[in-house]
Design a protein around this ligand. Structure first.
Ligand code: MF3
Ligand code: CO
Length: 293
């Protein structure tokens, strides 16, 4: 059999550079890891500089929308009003709220309160009350590029228990980030999240995870935070995904609301907290860039 890989031809990533000076070394490294048994990403999951710039711009809108919302969140606001704020601000900045009409989702944002794990649907009847903890999850499409991040909000005075859960959920994301390095694995990252949460006395939801993001809302791979080190997909430079562990005060079990088909609750009614970042794997020493938070 004859074959020829033209190393002077344009790289598959779309950079416009030659394969030789762009991703030839990258492919060699990936193939080495594949031979050792690692799960490796398909080329379509690797973003080039132009795509990263687009996702970065999308992320800037996502960050600005969450900053804007945080100025308005207070006891007495309805989740419907939060939905309006997200819709209007996203539009004003030139973006589109990614959740709106996504697989039938009816609103522009998810707001998940107390024992709601994720995918709470805004409505006029639901009021944020003093003592609640709420996750506000914003996702933006800008010029075809997707970003996704969420933050927790303590509504007025909250109990020490709830505040501690919210803090731990944030720290769990930081623990995960510390393991995002080129050629390490998603399992390394997830194991760090899980170890942090467990040491703090909490549990990590197994049934819902993060995802690749950037050219679509939800891309491969599924990103679990209940993993062993040195397992799951290799984190290659140019991959973009979310770190968004859901941390429960009680057991990790969850159930889905059959009435609306979206909202997920803790099985034992314990509180749940989640922070989410969109992160790109880089080939510099830090190992990652946060594109949305
Ligand atoms: N950030 C959430 C996620 O990745 C957003 C879901 S929006 C929805 O799951 F439309 F799917 F609800
Ligand atoms: Co997400």
């Amino acid at each position: 059999m004859l074959y020829r890989i033209n190393r002077k031809a344009a790289c598959w990533c779309g950079s416009g550079k030659s394969y030789q000076e762009c991703h030839a070394g990258f492919d060699k490294k990936l193939q080495e890891m594949k031979r050792k048994g690692y799960l490796i990403p398909k080329h379509k999951l690797i973003k080039n500089e132009k795509q990263l710039a687009g996702i970065r711009e999308s992320g800037k809108i996502n960050i600005a929308v969450l900053d804007y919302v945080s100025e308005h969140v207070r006891p007495g606001i309805t989740t419907e009003e939060i939905d309006r704020l997200v819709y209007e601000k996203t539009k004003q900045l030139g973006g589109i709220p990614a959740p709106l009409n996504y697989e039938g989702f009816p609103k522009s944002v998810c707001v998940s309160i107390n024992n709601e794990v994720c995918h709470g649907i805004p409505c006029q009847e639901r009021v944020l009350e003093e003592g609640d903890i709420a996750n506000i999850d914003v996702s933006t499409i800008y010029k075809g590029y997707f970003s996704d991040s969420s933050r927790m909000f303590c509504i007025g005075q909250v109990s020490d228990e709830r505040r501690a859960l919210v803090e731990a959920a944030k720290n769990a994301v930081m623990a995960g980030l510390s393991q995002v390095k080129p050629w390490w694995t998603l399992g390394d990252m997830g194991a760090a999240v899980n170890a942090y949460a467990q040491a703090a006395g909490y549990s990590v939801v197994y049934a819902v995870g993060g995802h690749g993001v950037g050219l679509q809302f939800h891309e491969e791979p599924y990103v679990s935070y209940v993993t062993d080190p040195d397992t799951e997909m290799v984190m290659a430079p140019g991959m973009v995904f979310t770190i968004e562990p859901m941390i429960n005060a009680g057991a990790p079990d969850v159930w889905i609301d059959d009435d609306n088909g979206w909202t997920i609750y803790t099985e034992d009614d314990s509180d749940s907290a989640q922070w989410e970042v969109t992160v790109a794997v880089t080939d510099n020493e830090k190992g990652y860039e946060i594109l949305a938070y």
